[in-house]
Design a binder for this molecule. Structure first.
Ligand SMILES: Cc1cc2nc3c(=O)[nH]c(=O)nc-3n(C[C@H](O)[C@H](O)[C@H](O)COP(=O)(O)OP(=O)(O)OC[C@H]3O[C@@H](n4cnc5c(N)ncnc54)[C@H](O)[C@@H]3O)c2cc1C
Length: 449
């Protein structure tokens, strides 16, 4: 197979893995898909990233779409676009340095191939935190160009809101440092626009610097696990919404709904309080126990990094979950009824609700390419991927009600879905950036306007 490709530049030959290589099985996949690429480049240097882009652009002049370029940082993108079946995978996992540039100011430079669990492990002893997702193995690259809804999102905002600058290699192989002073439009676009303009090598983040007197924990959180048995879902969700909305933004909450025995709905709640144990924390978390009959409850104080521990699990394409989501301000009765109906289908793994608001809604709407700053709740559903089409039909009324979607939390790669991520005015700005930075459409494997 390798013989059908033009020869790689010498800089890539040592870091290329072809199908006949014994390491191929370990590097061909992401979490959702087993890839069949013609070559995987395990880039160790910026030069190798540039050479991979230039090489791909050249091959695409004759091969076109038959030779796609996928960018893989942590390999946990739900759309599985970080691997492909006939082109090149540019793997960035070896570009994984985490550097505290200025501890007092909270300035941290992180390469795209690092994973968030490692970032938390590195930053926590310094009382620094960047809010990322709930899973330690997700990659910095994918999350920091697309969104980042973390477990303490209401305290610290979206991950993309904390990016101060980035190094990006665009389709012409050129390196750009982008921030508010340098190519600010491109800087705007890579914070929410995903990987459609180029490959980000590293990000400069504004981490939050926390006080150092926090009773043993450097980045203290209290994690409350609480399981309810609910018979009146509309009443429960209304109270849950009011409860987190009226608490301070120290509180974030995630619910997973499933149909339990005898028709009741079992709800697994995870509530996250940023801070040490206090009477305020106790009052808020006790109130959570009063929202519905509780099957089980326990709260554990810990460091943020304990929750998002890296597993460094191999990427084998075995995750069978298919998910879609929408962002809403409220939960009217007809929408809750639709959620309840979804739970009746045997292929549904669960419906997830996440509290939004707080710091995530404090930025102005064009601060970056994340347009939905008014939503208060994310509704996501998870099904077995064999049943994606049927479940989409059932989710449609909920989608139609929502104000938009979180693109990186959706497995649906269709253009219709992409149009829900960015409203027309935002899409138009992204399209102009595409025309400027990727006129020959090298980066086709990402959600693209
Ligand atoms: C188990 C699990 C839990 C999750 N939990 C959360 C959560 O709590 N909150 C949340 O917000 N999301 C969550 N997600 C979604 C996930 O964080 C995003 O899909 C994210 O984009 C994954 O990043 P990655 O680098 O691991 O992905 P990859 O699969 O490596 O990349 C995904 C896409 O991002 C783009 N990309 C990646 N790296 C770069 C780069 N360096 N430059 C330019 N573009 C790039 C490419 O288009 C690529 O196809 C979760 C996903 C999983 C599987």
């Amino acid at each position: 197979m390798a013989k059908t490709l033009p020869e790689l530049p010498s800089s890539l030959q040592q870091v290329a893995v072809f199908p006949e290589d014994s390491r191929y099985a370990e590097v061909r996949s992401n979490d959702y898909k087993v890839g069949q690429p013609k070559v995987v480049i395990l880039a160790e240097t910026e030069r190798q990233v540039i050479d991979t882009i230039n090489y791909t652009a050249k091959v695409r002049e004759s091969e076109g779409e038959k030779f796609p370029l996928s960018i893989r940082s942590g390999g946990h993108g739900l759309s599985a676009t970080s691997v492909n079946d006939s082109g090149v995978i540019l793997d960035l996992s070896r570009l994984n340095q985490i550097e505290i540039v200025d501890e007092e100011q909270g300035l941290v430079k992180i390469q795209a191939g690092a994973i968030w669990g490692e970032v938390a492990k590195e930053l926590t002893p310094h009382h620094l935190v960047i809010s990322s997702g709930d899973h330690g193995d997700t990659g910095v690259g994918g999350l920091a160009v697309s969104g980042g809804m973390g477990i303490i999102l209401r305290s610290f905002g979206l991950t993309i809101d904390k990016v101060l600058g980035a190094t990006i290699i665009t389709a012409d192989g050129k390196k750009h440092w982008v921030d508010n002073e340098h190519e600010p439009e491109l800087f705007w676009g890579i914070r929410g626009g995903g990987g459609q303009f180029g490959v980000v090598i590293d990000f400069l983040f504004q981490a939050d610097k926390l006080p150092s007197d926090s009773e043993g924990f450097a980045v203290p959180i209290i994690v409350q696990n609480i399981r309810y048995s609910v018979t009146d879902l509309p009443a429960f969700l209304q109270e849950w919404h009011q409860w987190f909305d009226q608490a301070t933004s120290r509180l974030s909450s995630i619910l997973l709904l499933n149909r339990g025995a005898e028709g009741a709905i079992v709800i697994q709640g995870k509530n996250f309080w940023y801070g040490v144990e206090s009477s305020e924390a106790k009052a808020v978390l006790t109130k959570a126990s009063e929202l519905a009959p509780v099957i089980e409850e326990h709260s554990t104080p810990m460091d943020y990094s304990d929750f998002v521990k890296p597993e460094n699990a191999p990427l084998e394409g075995k995750n069978t979950a298919y998910g879609k989501n929408t962002l809403v301000k409220e939960l009217p009765l007809d929408i809750v009824e639709k959620i309840e109906q979804l739970l009746d289908y045997p292929f549904v793994y669960g419906v997830e609700l996440r509290s939004l608001g707080g710091a995530a809604n404090e930025q102005v709407s064009d601060f970056n390419a994340w347009p939905t700053r008014e939503a208060e709740i994310l509704i996501a559903y998870w099904v077995n991927n064999q049943h994606a089409d049927e479940s989409n039909e059932f989710f449609q009324p909920i989608l139609d009600y929502g104000q938009g979607i979180y693109g990186s939390y959706s497995s649906d790669k269709s253009m219709e879905e992409t149009n829900r991520v960015w409203p027309p005015d935002v899409a138009e700005k992204l399209r102009a950036l595409n025309q400027k930075y990727d006129p020959h459409n090298v980066f086709t494997q990402n959600r693209k306007v």
